[in-house]
Design a protein. Structure first.
Length: 276
């Protein structure tokens, strides 16, 4: 099943919630309403790199059922050139309770060539866990499923933003951060391995100090091996994803930060170009 951009968005968001209570979290979220990041996605087949599409990540203040919420919006669109090979129009939306930072609602709509599906998660919070009602429509097939999850399990979108609140200053080389993620109607127990600090150069020429991670992947449709991906995150208070490098079954994929605005903190990881 071809779910190219959906899996790539998952890859972008594999900075998930951790079950390790020893990790230190910042007292306040490191992101706020107004933040907008754009990622450019490139696909390589042979010796040719193609600009395949773009993903927009936005944080907004909204209301859900009359209650103030933090809305996390993601939209992925393939370029006109790539449309001829594979047309993608995907959108994701998640709502967080601004007091607890726990998810309250999640929606995704995927339209990738002939593949069309719509999925929604409705969260019901209990003292020790959450109940999730999943509703999914795939063409003419409708599915419902109820799941009980602990409060360290998140969907694709809220996973990313939850991880960004982890204080990474004391991470040690090869330390594994375990995490749980809902993907479709299953819960996966995965891991994120810290591989140190480095400098990355993006396609636009900008350079950043970065934290390097290797996530454990869900193999099958797209990935052959569980360690076929490397993820780089800004080494500052924002923890903005900078670049994803992935080997897939047919070719390679790179997603690079094209630009980000209205971050809560200055992007101190940015390395200014030297004056000539």
């Amino acid at each position: 099943m071809n779910r190219f951009l959906h899996i790539l968005v998952a890859a972008m968001l594999l900075f998930s919630s951790t079950t390790a209570s020893a990790l230190d979290y910042y007292d306040q979220p490191v992101f706020e309403a107004g933040e907008h990041a754009v990622f450019n996605i490139y696909y390589n087949w042979g010796f040719v790199w193609i600009h395949a599409g773009d993903c927009h990540f936005k944080v907004q203040n909204k209301k859900l059922n009359g209650k103030p919420s933090l809305a996390l919006l993601v939209a992925g669109v393939s370029t006109p050139t790539f449309d001829k090979m594979y047309c993608i129009r995907d959108s994701f939306e998640a709502f967080l309770n601004p007091s607890t930072m726990l998810p309250t609602y999640y929606r995704e709509g995927k339209h990738e060539d002939s593949y069309v599906s719509h999925t929604r998660y409705f969260y019901f919070e209990h003292p020790n866990n959450q109940e999730v009602l999943m509703k999914r429509q795939r063409k003419t097939k409708y599915t419902e499923k109820r799941m009980t999850i602990d409060k360290s399990t998140f969907d694709l979108i809220t996973s990313c933003y939850h991880f960004r609140n982890i204080n990474t200053s004391d991470l040690k080389m090869n330390e594994v951060i375990p995490f749980n993620m809902m993907f479709d109607d299953d819960i996966y127990h995965l891991g994120l391995t810290f591989k140190g600090r480095t400098i990355v150069t993006l396609k636009n020429g900008k350079r950043y100090h970065a934290l390097k991670f290797m996530p454990t992947l869900i193999t099958g449709d797209l990935f052959k091996d569980k360690d076929d991906m490397t993820v780089y995150v800004s080494d500052d208070m924002n923890h903005v994803p900078l670049m994803v490098e992935a080997k897939i079954k047919v070719g390679y994929v790179k997603a690079m930060l094209g630009g980000v605005t209205h971050t809560k903190y200055p992007m101190t990881s940015y390395i200014p170009a030297k004056k000539k």
